[in-house]
Structure formats: C-alpha cells, structure tokens
Design a protein around this ligand. Structure first.
Ligand code: NDP
Ligand code: X2W
Length: 347
C-alpha cells in the first residue's frame, strides 16, 4: 500500500512540531510538505533543532502555502494554525482535492452565529462549517470516516467529553449543570509570547484565567454533551494554568440521576463505554498528567461522594494537550480518513 502523503500548514508552532514528530514515526504516512506563511521560509530544523538528523533536507525546507502545489504532492493537509487563520486556507485545500484535518476551532461549532459570537469574527467559510465532522473518534467515528474536513476537537473539550460521555449515555447523571475544573500546561497557549506566559510569571504559579464561565471551550463542551444527550446540557468550565509544559487534568462534578446510583454502576458505565477504545484507559487509581505525557491516552476514573444527604459524582480525566488534545488526535483522525488502523503511529 502506498504511504499517505501529509502536509502541515503552520509547522513552526507547537502542534506543528508534534505532528512532525508523530508523522516521522508513522509506518504508513510520509511527511511530504511543510508550508509556512513567512516571507523568509524557514528550515524547520532551525526552529526545532531536535529534528536534526530525522528529516530530509528537501522536506525540512518550508515552502509557501500553495494549495495546488500541496495537492500535487499530498493526500492530506493538517492546518496547525490559529483560529481565524485556518478558515482562510481550508476551502482552497479542499477544492484542490485534499482531505483536511483542522486543529483550530474554526470548524468545531455547528452554529455559525455562535462561532461568530465566541470568536468575535465573521465566519469566512460557512458552507464547509456545515460539512465538517467533529473529530473525536471515540464518540463520532462513523462521521469522521466519510468526511473530507475534520475539525479536531479542543484540548479541554476532549478530556471533558471523554470524562462525561459514559455517564450521559447510561443515564446516570442529572443534566441541569456539570462543573468542570480544569488545568493545562503552558504549551496549550501556543508558541506565541504573552505576558502571563513569560517564565517568571508562570513558573511556580497556579491560577485560573480568562472570563470565568465564558471561556470559548465551554460552548464546545456543551455542544458535545448536547449531541450525546439529545438535549441542552449547561456546563460551567473553569480553566487554570499549570506551570508544566504539557498536560491537562480535569476534575468534573455531576449530580447522580437518582439516589440509588452506586459507584460500581459508574465504573461499569465507563468500562462498558471504553472496553474497545484503544486510547481511553479506565483507572481505579487517579489519573496523572505525568502518566499520559507524550501519549495519545485519556486516563479517566470516577468516584461517588457523600455530602450530608447529597451525593456528588466526581470524574477525573487526564490527557496530554499536545497529543490526545491536538496532534495525536489529528493523526488518529487521519488514520480513520484513510482506513488505516486507528492506532497506527500512535502507540
Ligand atoms: N497547543 C495546544 O495544546 C493546542 C492547540 N490547538 C490549536 O491548534 C492550532 C495551532 O496551535 P499551536 O501550534 O499551539 O499554535 P502556535 O502559536 O504554536 O503556532 C501557530 C502556527 O501558525 C502559523 N501562523 C500564524 N498565523 C498564521 C497565518 N495568518 N497564516 C498562516 N500561518 C500562520 C505560525 O507561524 P509563525 O511561526 O510564523 O508565527 C505557526 O506555525 C491553534 O488553532 C490552537 O488553538 C488545539 C489543541 C491543543
Ligand atoms: C493554556 C491555554 O491557554 N489554553 C488554551 C486552550 C488550548 C487550545 O489551544 O485551545 P484549542 O484546543 O481550542 O485550540 C486557552 O485557554 O485558550
């Protein structure tokens, strides 16, 4: 079988370099084209010296973002670009005949008006917004397989969806409010400098950020819960910045559907949902960002707790934001698009 030839648009960012690393190790994919918007096109080895000796000269030299030239050499393009930039390129890449996996948020939300409100910009490509598949394979595999455009999920929304899906599908929780307390490593904010990401600001610190209850991932999380439940599921999502390079841990609070739910039932729901899922590990102990580092795994567990007469279900969900939260999931989606074993290049 011929290799799948892959292009990365935006290879000089964090998700770009993780994609390069995974694709270089993938047995059926070939890294064929690195495309940059810069006037002075970089050699990727100057950006990321860890790639020296791993990548051929002609591939290491970034080339312009030319959809026709990319399509002449490739089968799939990964858009590793900021929100708002990705939708400027996706239509041309699709028209040129490529499959596209977009790591940004530009095609994740069903509703154009919600996107425009949350991302504060007009959506430049509403027709492709309608056809994009939401790329969380564990929940939406069938739709992804047949798609031309896959919207890779947000990092926080991936952990939040996998942590709660079993409880919704098994009708074990009330759906009137789900609270998600989340913490992410600093790579989650991308490679660009921002004052709060400066080393002395974030090292040894730990703080919640953004508009509490108004982070752009909250509506993406609610959209997934709604797709599973078939009705609105309001969520409160509170992100924190962890002074680590990588890793997301989410602690999620839910109310049991009835008084007689048991912890054993909760575990059964997780085990039943994920028994055939290669990338979700249901643990008895606590998920830890260190244990999913550089892997495409999502580690989850659940507890039933008692407060006076009330009970609370607490779920813990951990991923590496750069792998299952971004580039690993993107390659998992590529495997699905090209009918390759889903775990190929990722275990
Ligand atoms: N980091 C993470 O944990 C996750 C990130 N994502 C999403 O993936 C996407 C990429 O993220 P990440 O790699 O972290 O971002 P970075 O900021 O690290 O990299 C962005 C890349 O896009 C390029 N770029 C910026 N603006 C444009 C433009 N207008 N046209 C073409 N190229 C452009 C940059 O080039 P240059 O180097 O020249 O600036 C760089 O290569 C984002 O949408 C992000 O939100 C998704 C899940 C998790
Ligand atoms: C720590 C940090 O800043 N995290 C980012 C989310 C990570 C990310 O890149 O978001 P997408 O998955 O939607 O692309 C944030 O809060 O906006």
């Amino acid at each position: 079988m011929n290799s799948i030839k892959a292009a990365i648009i935006g290879p000089t960012g964090y998700t770009g370099v993780y994609l390069i690393d995974i694709l270089l190790r993938h047995p059926q994919a070939e890294l064929a084209y690195l495309a940059s918007h810069r006037d002075q096109l970089p050699d990727i080895r100057d950006e990321f010296p860890q790639l020296r000796g791993r990548i051929d000269d002609e591939i290491a030299q970034c080339r312009p973002i030319d959809p026709q030239a990319i399509a002449a050499e490739c089968d799939v393009a990964f858009l590793a670009l900021p929100h708002r930039a990705a939708m400027a390129y996706a239509p041309k890449l699709l028209e040129a005949g490529l499959k596209v996996v977009d790591l940004s948020a530009d095609y994740r939300l069903d509703s154009q008006s919600l996107y425009e409100e949350v991302y504060e910009t007009p959506h430049g490509d509403p027709s492709n917004l309608e056809i994009a598949a939401y790329g969380l394979p564990e929940l939406f595999r069938d739709k992804i397989k047949d798609a031309d455009l896959v919207a890779n999920p947000g990092c926080y929304p991936s952990a939040a969806a996998l942590g709660v899906a079993p409880l919704i599908t098994h009708s074990l929780v009330k759906l009137d409010k789900i609270v998600i307390n989340a913490a992410s490593g600093v790579t989650g904010a991308g490679r660009k400098a921002a004052p709060h990401l400066h080393y002395p600001e974030q090292n040894e610190s730990f703080f919640a950020y953004g508009k509490i209850g108004g982070h752009r991932h909250q509506c993406e999380i609610e959209q997934t819960y709604k797709r599973i439940a078939g009705k609105d599921v309001p969520a409160l999502f509170v992100p924190h910045l962890l002074p680590l390079d990588c890793g997301i841990l989410e602690t999620i609070y839910l109310e049991p559907a009835t008084d007689d739910v048991t912890e054993a039932e909760l575990f059964e729901a997780f085990e039943d949902t994920y028994k055939d899922e290669p990338f979700v590990r249901v643990l008895e102990g606590m998920p830890n960002v260190k244990h999913v580092r550089n892997t495409n795994f999502c580690d989850v567990t659940v507890r039933l707790t008692q407060q006076g007469d009330n009970q609370t279900i607490v779920v813990f969900s951990a991923i590496d934001n750069m792998v299952k939260g971004a580039s690993g999931a993107a390659v998992q989606n590529m495997n699905l698009l090209f009918d390759l074993p889903e775990t190929m290049g990722l275990l």
